[in-house]
Ligand binder design. Structure first.
Ligand SMILES: [Zn+2]
Length: 214
């Protein structure tokens, strides 16, 4: 097969391949000859093909599209007016800068999901008989959640796009870190008391991609 790829040069030391949004990305040191890159791609053909054909679940965010957030359907709309939630419409101000449009959309989603995230977090906190210090929503991309040693739980706004069972897994995962600050055997055993099918859920989570076309 012919592999189409994009090359990203940087001051790294080695070549690596990555699949991002169903595209092949080759990262390599500055001045790497084309021949070397080509050779690398060829010798990793099997891995690339296998990972390219993995099923993905793409959540595309663009004008005039309906998306489900925390189980509710919303219409995304680019507008000349200010960025706001109006009923079931997510209005995003039509900034000329794409980055700005995406940022203002993310800000909107953060406000929207916060109460729901907090509610689920508190339900599981009681269920697991644990406690956290505080909770924050982040703008992280595909880093669904994290938990610091100070018991601060971070959840990415992107969790709002996930089905409930996947989102609940992330919450249980982060709360389990309050007891075990690592991914030890004990950690997974403890987590499996609440989410027995966590292995399937982890596989499912990897399929999700959030794609912006705003
Ligand atoms: Zn973890």
């Amino acid at each position: 097969m012919e592999i189409i790829y994009k090359v990203l040069y940087s001051n790294r030391r080695s070549i690596s391949a990555q699949i991002k949004n169903s595209k092949v990305l080759i990262r390599c040191p500055f001045n790497t000859p084309h021949k070397v890159i080509n050779q690398f791609v060829l010798s990793n053909e099997k891995w690339i093909a296998k990972n390219l054909n993995k099923p993905t679940i793409d959540i595309v965010i663009e004008h005039n599209i309906k998306i489900e957030i925390i189980g509710q359907e919303f219409l995304v709309e680019k507008t000349d007016k200010k960025t706001e939630i109006s009923g079931n419409t997510l209005r995003v101000h039509n900034y000329s800068n794409e980055d700005k449009r995406v940022k203002s959309f993310i800000q909107l989603i953060k406000t929207l999901v916060y109460p729901y995230f907090k509610e689920r977090l508190d339900i599981y906190t009681r269920m697991m008989d644990t406690s956290y210090l505080t909770f924050k929503t982040t703008s992280a991309n595909k880093r669904w959640g994290s938990c610091t040693s100070q018991k601060i739980v971070h959840l990415s706004y992107q969790c709002g796009f996930l089905p409930h069972k996947l989102f609940d897994y992330i919450i249980v995962h982060e709360l389990a870190h309050i007891k075990y600050m690592n991914h030890s055997k004990q950690f997974w055993e403890y987590l499996s008391m609440y989410i027995p099918n966590y292995k399937d859920i982890r596989k499912e989570l990897k399929k999700y991609n959030i794609i912006y076309k705003l």
